[in-house]
Structures are given as structure tokens and as C-alpha cells.
Write a protein that binds this ligand. Structure first.
Ligand code: TYM
Length: 339
């Protein structure tokens, strides 16, 4: 009998820096769930990344429990996915240091997320904020991930990860034995960039200021409906996908498409000429129905903190096994004396 072929690996993560939004769900988590059929799946809460912006420790801890319960409630079965907290696996910080020495200051200063975040946090432009993408590269490369399921906004960080991996491989690997696998982004065809409901020209964000701009996964149904009915749309009544001229309507179309599986063409056929009220009503109904089972499951899971801790301990152990092996391979390639 031949040994089973190892399955390809995917890895992704979310910062516990605010409440999970519909954008995080449609751009990321929803697309993670089916991958367990074909891949070894690692999904993290990236708490080390979250502290690049000041966090209240009590709120952060509470939010991490909320996130892990939501991961499971969204369908990530802990027996089929490795679910863990980034700070529980020391190899992330250790590889990040090594990769710092293979990343150029110029590359990091071109990152749009750094530019946006430093504009928003002028009194705290810390080195971690600048270095953020290197830690993200370490997250990915530690697991030999071939694919990284993310929303559109992470594409630039993925490109940097690839560049750093290739640079390291050129310096320390051989063609037949590269040190790192060079990963590919996996960006969904719809839902990869859900925009704010009040400002459809900026992405829906967990740490945004306006409560009504984002739909949170734990918003009650009437709040979801109210937010969607009050979403900013454009003049006229034409339902057409055009991000530049009709950002509000296009966003509602993306939300409806990603939650129901309908194509944009089908949506145009059904709602064009009907006024935006109908489209908003349909999107509200679709989002409420999509989140109903998630919210019900969350209510069952969140109270069981010991159960959630067991998931995290088991996840950290399984993640460490894989990550430590990669880190040792890197140390060997660098010429460090083995421990
Ligand atoms: P974060 O926490 O900002 O977002 C988590 C995931 O949600 C996606 N996303 C969206 N998708 C569609 N529409 C939106 N409005 C929207 N907002 C967020 C993001 O693209 C992402 O997939 N740097 C990462 C976290 C990270 C990571 C990693 C990701 C750290 N290490 C390793 C993958 C692999 C971030 O800040 O995501």
C-alpha cells in the first residue's frame, strides 16, 4: 500500500481588533469552511497583529473568546480545522525576526494598509505597525501553505510574502529543495470587497467609527434589516453593477450575490427598474437568513469557555508541531547551531 498523499495546506487569520463583520464573513470565513474537504486547514486569531493598535486588555480577551466561538459557529469544525491563537505558537514571532532581515524598509513603506493605519493613528505609528506584513509572512510560511483564503485587501501583503519567500529561497534553498513554499492568494469571485453601508467607497471595517456602516455577525435581525434599508444608494432606480458610478447599489448586489449564490446578472434581471427598496429588502432578508444559524450556534457555544479553551489548546499543539518543524528547517538553512 502506498502512503496517502499529503494534502495541500491553507492558512488564514483575522485580527481581533473589533467585532467580526459581514465583510470578514463573506470575504474570508465563509470560504474557509469547504476547504476542510480537500486541504489541511489552519485558522488563527492574530492577537499579535491586533496590538499594533492599542487594545483594552479586558476587551481583547473577551473578543478572542467571541471570535473562536464564532469561527466554530460559522461551520469551522475543530476536529477538521486547526483553530488557534497566534500568540500561543512562539514560532510566529521567531520566524518574523528572521524574515525582518530579508525584507526591505522600502517594501514595507509601500504597503497601503500601513499608510492607511498610520494616517488614522498619528500619535502611535509604532514599529509593529510598520513591520506587520513580515509577521503575516511568517504566519503563512511556517505552515507550508500553498493557498491563503483572504479578501481583496490582503492581496498586497500576499505579494510581499511571496517576494520574501522567493528571496529567502534564492539565498538559502536549492531549486529542488526550497526552504519555503511560495503561497498563492485565494480571493473569492464575489464578496472579496464588501463596502461600508454609509460610505460605499470605503471597505466595511470592524474598527470603523460609524455603527451603521457595518453589519456585525451578532447584530440582531431587526438591526441588520434597519442598517440595510438605510444603506446609502445612488440616484435613480437602475440596478446595475458599476463600482465607480453606482458603488452603493453594486455593494448591495455583491452582498445579495454572496449570501444567496445568485449571479449579478440574475440580480439585475430580477430587480432592475423596481426601485432600490426591493433590492435592499432582498439583501436584508438574505443576510438575516444567512446569519440566523450562525447566531443560534454561537449562543450555544459562547457560554462554554472551558470547551473553547480545549479547542485552543489542542489547536496550539497541532499548529506548533508544524510551525516548529519549519522554524528548525529555517535555522538549519541559516547555519544556526541546532538546539
Ligand atoms: P483582517 O482582520 O483585516 O480581515 C480578516 C479577513 O477578512 C477579509 N476582509 C474583507 N473581505 C471582504 N470585504 C471586507 N470589507 C473585508 N474586510 C476584511 C480580509 O481580507 C481578511 O481575509 N492581515 C490580516 C490578518 C492576517 C492574516 C495572516 C491573513 C494576519 N496573518 C495570515 C491571512 C494569512 C488582516 O488584517 O485581516
Amino acid at each position: 500500500m502506498t502512503a496517502a498523499k499529503p494534502r495541500p495546506v491553507v492558512l488564514s487569520g483575522i485580527q481581533p481588533s473589533g467585532r467580526l463583520t459581514l465583510g470578514n464573513y463573506l470575504g474570508a470565513i465563509k470560504n474557509w469552511v469547504p476547504l476542510a474537504d480537500t486541504h489541511d486547514c489552519y485558522y488563527m486569531l492574530v492577537d499579535l497583529h491586533a496590538i499594533t493598535v492599542r487594545q483594552d486588555p479586558k476587551v481583547l480577551r473577551e473578543r478572542c473568546f467571541e471570535f473562536i466561538a464564532l469561527y466554530v459557529a460559522c461551520g469551522l469544525d475543530p476536529s477538521r480545522n486547526v483553530l488557534f491563537v497566534q500568540s500561543h505558537v512562539p514560532a510566529h514571532a521567531r520566524l518574523s525576526w528572521v524574515l525582518n532581515c530579508y525584507t526591505q524598509m522600502g517594501e514595507l513603506s509601500r504597503m497601503t494598509q500601513f499608510k492607511d493605519k498610520s494616517a488614522k493613528n498619528v500619535d502611535n505609528i509604532n514599529a509593529g505597525l510598520f513591520d506587520y506584513p513580515v509577521l503575516m509572512a511568517a504566519d503563512i510560511l511556517l505552515y507550508d501553505a500553498t493557498g491563503v483564503p483572504v479578501g481583496d485587501d490582503q492581496k498586497q501583503h500576499l505579494e510581499l510574502t511571496r517576494d520574501v519567500a522567493i528571496r529567502f529561497n534564492n539565498a538559502h534553498g536549492t531549486k529542488d529543495r526550497p526552504v519555503f513554499i511560495v503561497p498563492e492568494p485565494m480571493i473569492p469571485p464575489v464578496g472579496a470587497r464588501i463596502m461600508g453601508l454609509q460610505d460605499p467607497t470605503a471597505k466595511m471595517s470592524k474598527s470603523g467609527d460609524a455603527e451603521t456602516d457595518a453589519i456585525y455577525l451578532l447584530d440582531p435581525p431587526d438591526t441588520i434589516t434597519r442598517k440595510l434599508k438605510r444603506a446609502v444608494t445612488d440616484l435613480g432606480n437602475e440596478v446595475r453593477y458599476d463600482v465607480k458610478d453606482k458603488p452603493g447599489v453594486s455593494n448591495l448586489m455583491s452582498i445579495l450575490a454572496a449570501t444567496t449564490g445568485q449571479t449579478l446578472e440574475q440580480i439585475v434581471e430580477t430587480y432592475n427598474g423596481q426601485g432600490y427598496g426591493k433590492l435592499k429588502g432582498a439583501a436584508a432578508e438574505a443576510v438575516v437568513e444567512c446569519l440566523r444559524p450562525v447566531q443560534a450556534r454561537y449562543a450555544e457555544l459562547r457560554g462554554d469557555e472551558p470547551g473553547l479553551m480545549r479547542v485552543l489548546r489542542d489547536g496550539a499543539q497541532r499548529a506548533s508541531q508544524k510551525a516548529d518543524a519549519t522554524l528548525m528547517r529555517v535555522h538549519e538553512a541559516l547555519g544556526f547551531i541546532p538546539q
